[in-house]
Design a protein around this ligand. Structure first.
Ligand code: S3P
Length: 426
């Protein structure tokens, strides 16, 4: 896909439903009592893998329209082992959360994923689940996974890495224990959608700044859940508007969970002009609308404590920093090397080819910002949706345009991304 420079970005829009919340809504609805109606569902290749997974486990899902699902829950322990392995495709969240739920089911389950997912670390969930008494095997630390469900023991677990996916796997396992509390302590606060949704479904959840505790549940019931817009899908558009003079963008109905919007704090330090208005609750979480105008940026630093709050937006931070006055440094983000691809290498190598002054470090990158447009060229997404979006925004803000290799990967989280970009481009 070739992305030509844009004169400006102009428009009012809403983005698809949040991917993290969409996965969780389908998974919890599947083990809920009776029918759950999910509105604002964020349809993408990743979340469709989750629909496919719960169907394979015997759950009926009726798709009233592309954003409205009716999930007919089979109850807490009602999932049935399918004859074939469950294909998690590219969805790390599915492959890491589902085992927590399967821990409490009768039978043997096998999970597979695509090539990228099969290189990602899975011992991080297997290890705590084993401590909970679950028989779970990885393939040399990776997918395919095999899980034998049954009795679950509660644990107190200190996360070695700040990961919402691992925290969620352990908490989900914990609700299946016969008795006793399960507590997860995290090095830094990570997204807490699982805790919020479990509580909404009737579970006992106790929350601290850096820990979460659950008790065993007898039943879960969501009833209805509205999925707010995905901040991570809006983020590339926020970056484009900030970088391209004459732009003006309003985004409606976004999830503004404080543990998801670290990019807004970083942008504020950089001098960006983003205003939040119409703050309200959407789907039991903080939400609102955003107004974005272009701005001259200055460099800033992002370190380990802040990383989980914008983990999926860090490649975009690189692009913003490249266009800022002065230096920027990202540190404490080695986790980026374990995402859909090594996102440190992918973004550093890709932006350098477009003319940026950026170099990789072990756990981040160092940028020498130059407040002019990048020349442009070719950038390889390496099959990673977030990198493809960064490359596309780089193209919009460049002098000569960018050829994005592997642009189709945007469908993993945001299938309508390119249509939306075209509708906003002036
Ligand atoms: C997610 C958590 C994050 C994030 C991913 C979605 C989630 O991963 O990068 O896109 O839904 O819990 P980690 O928990 O591995 O950091």
């Amino acid at each position: 896909m070739r992305i030509e420079p844009a004169a400006s970005i102009l428009g009012h829009l809403a983005v698809p439903g949040d991917k993290s919340i969409s996965h969780r809504a389908v998974l919890l609805a599947a083990i809920g009592e009776g029918e759950t109606r999910i509105t604002g569902f964020g349809r993408s290749a990743d979340t469709e893998a989750t629909i496919g997974a719960v169907r394979a486990l015997g759950v009926r899902v009726y798709e009233a329209d592309s954003e409205t699902l009716h999930v007919f829950g089979v109850g807490l322990r009602g999932l049935k082992p399918p004859r074939k392995p469950i294909d998690c495709a590219n969805a790390g969240t599915l492959m890491r959360l589902l085992p927590g739920i399967l821990a409490g089911q009768e039978g043997s389950f096998r999970l597979t994923g695509d090539e990228s997912l099969s290189t990602r670390p899975m011992e991080r969930i297997a290890e705590p689940l084993r401590r909970m008494g679950v028989a779970i095997e990885t393939t040399d630390g990776h997918a395919p996974l095999t899980i034998e469900g049954g009795e679950v023991r509660p644990i107190d677990y200190e996360l070695p890495v700040a990961s919402a996916q691992v925290k969620s796997a352990v908490l989900l396992g914990g609700i299946f224990a016969r008795e006793g509390e399960t507590t997860v302590v995290e090095p830094f606060p990570t997204r807490d959608h699982t805790e919020t949704m479990l509580a909404a479904a009737g579970a006992y959840v106790r929350r601290r700044q850096k820990s979460a505790t659950v008790r065993p549940v007898e039943r879960l019931e969501l009833g209805e859940i509205e999925v707010p817009g995905d901040f991570s899908s809006a983020a590339p558009l926020i970056a484009a508007t900030t970088l391209i003079p004459g732009s003006e963008l309003t985004v409606h109905g976004l999830n503004l969970n404080p543990r998801r919007i670290g990019l807004l704090d970083v942008l504020e330090r950089m001098g960006a002009r983003v205003t939040v208005f119409n703050r309200r609750r959407i789907g039991g979480e903080a939400g609102g609308d955003l107004d974005v105008r272009p701005a001259e940026l200055v460099g800033t630093n992002v370190n380990a404590a802040e990383v989980p709050l914008l983990v999926d937006e860090l490649p975009l931070f690189a692009l913003l920093a490249v266009h800022a006055h002065g230096d920027s440094v990202l540190s404490g983000a080695a986790e980026l090397r374990a995402k859909e691809t090594d996102r440190i290498e992918a973004v550093v190598d890709g932006l350098r080819r477009l003319g940026a002054h950026i170099r990789a470090t072990e756990d981040g990158f160092v940028v020498r910002g130059v407040p002019t447009r990048l020349k442009g060229g070719t950038m390889d997404s390496r099959g990673d949706h977030r990198i493809a979006m960064v490359a596309s925004i780089a193209g919009l803000a460049s002098r000569e345009g960018v050829e994005v290799e592997g642009s189709e990967s945007v469908a993993v989280s945001f299938p309508g991304f390119y249509d939306l970009l075209e509708s906003l481009r002036q």
